[in-house]
Design a protein around this ligand. Structure first.
Ligand code: MF3
Ligand code: CO
Ligand code: CO
Length: 263
């Protein structure tokens, strides 16, 4: 989601804690989201268009009595986001956009099942990646892992951002500021915001039953982004590569559970 610093510093009480029953529904939605990425992965080959990926995702989702949350969300025109190379996030699937050998593509899916959202994304290689693309994508996936490892009751949202920023910048990359992780439940984007940069010991405290995403966008070059005239597609200002991985999580009594795993 787009970051708005006005709510970052708000107190914890606006953050919803889910019941066991609601968490089970989040688990089902999350599992479905992960399975959808697994379904799409083998289709990601040179020659396929991003619209074909979108249409496969939409059909697969409907067949499972779920709804594609992005379709019509604040006017977004398609069912998934497909963000290729220098696209940071919110790329719009298009029939004329054909994947080519060496591209990287983030596919971001969010099915709604029984009222709850499962939000996950991965960056895939089209064919064989360059060494620099491979390094960026591996570092970005490790950023998500390190962010998740910070989550436990009593720790704070800022611990996630600090861990991610330290690692990404230590590898010579930069962290996108304009888009952040977010609370997710029956609502697609809600409190808390989860920046992928920041300071340990700051921000809201984690409590069991909180559900949110971590979704670092890491750039090969500078962190700056801009949105294209289509009002959605965010690209790097320097047009260098950007990668992203996302999971939906729930805070447990003693740590964290990843909800967007296939099995
Ligand atoms: N799935 C994206 C996220 O991780 C949001 C996409 S909103 C859309 O938050 F409208 F662009 F689809
Ligand atoms: Co997403
Ligand atoms: Co998200």
């Amino acid at each position: 989601m787009q970051s708005g610093l006005d709510t970052v510093s708000q107190p914890n009480r606006r953050i919803v804690l889910l019941s066991k029953r609601e968490i089970e529904k989040m688990r089902r939605a999350g599992r479905l989201a992960a399975q959808l990425l697994d379904y799409l992965e083998p289709l990601i080959q040179p020659g396929i268009s991003t619209l074909e990926l979108n249409d496969e995702a939409e059909r697969w989702t409907r067949e499972r009595d779920a709804i594609s949350a992005p379709l019509g969300y604040q006017g977004f025109p398609k069912s998934i986001c497909t963000s290729v190379n220098d696209v940071v996030c919110h790329g719009i699937p298009n029939a004329k956009q054909i994947l080519r050998e060496g591209d990287i593509i983030n596919v971001d899916v969010t099915p709604i099942l029984d009222g709850f959202h499962g939000d996950t994304s991965k960056t895939f290689f089209v064919g064989t990646p360059s060494a620099k693309a491979k390094h960026l994508v591996e570092v970005t996936e490790e950023c998500l892992r390190r962010g998740i490892a910070e989550v436990a009751p009593g720790k704070r949202v800022g611990d996630i951002g600090a861990a991610i920023q330290e690692y990404a910048e230590g590898q010579g990359f930069s962290v996108v500021r304009e888009f952040v992780g977010h609370g997710v439940n029956k609502v697609f984007h809600t409190e808390p915001q989860i920046p992928h940069y920041g300071k340990r010991g700051t921000g809201p405290k984690f409590r069991p039953g909180m559900t949110f995403t971590i979704e670092p966008m890491i750039n090969e070059g500078k962190a700056a982004t801009r949105v294209l005239p289509d009002k959605w597609t965010a690209v790097t200002v320097d047009r260098k590569l950007s990668a992203q991985f996302e999971h939906t999580l729930v805070v447990t009594e003693d740590g964290v559970e990843i909800l967007t795993l296939a099995d």
